[in-house]
Design a protein around this ligand. Structure first.
Ligand code: TYC
Length: 103
């Protein structure tokens, strides 16, 4: 045995490294037409929020232009954004939820 032999066996197999799937933000976008109460109703119905949290997020979008509602897997983010946007559309409002990947 060589003097510097550590007794460790060289690795002969490599485990394929799985990338962690990217998370996506669901973003509420402000507009000038959708009533505040309607935005809160959609947040409660689609994202299971309390009245208070819904009010806070609606107001953040109203003041800042946008508000991040939730961060989750891509398929869930996209289906929630569509469901919420469609509720606005059905009622004749331009309410908009978008998605984008988290940094
Ligand atoms: N700006 C709207 C109003 O004044 C309310 C509103 C808030 C609409 C947030 C959309 O994402 C929104 N009636």
């Amino acid at each position: 045995m060589a003097e510097n032999d550590t007794g460790l066996k060289p690795k002969t197999t490599t485990k394929p490294k799985l990338e962690r799937p990217k998370l996506y933000k669901v973003i509420l976008v402000n507009d000038d037409y959708t009533p505040r109460e309607f935005v809160i109703m959609v947040l409660k119905a689609v994202f299971h929020m309390s009245e208070e949290t819904g009010y806070r997020m609606m107001l953040t979008a109203h003041k800042m232009g946008v508000c991040v509602i939730v961060v989750c897997a891509r398929d869930i983010a996209e289906s929630k954004a569509k469901e919420a946007t469609d509720l606005g559309k059905e009622a004749g409002f331009p309410l908009m939820f978008t998605t984008e990947p988290e940094e």
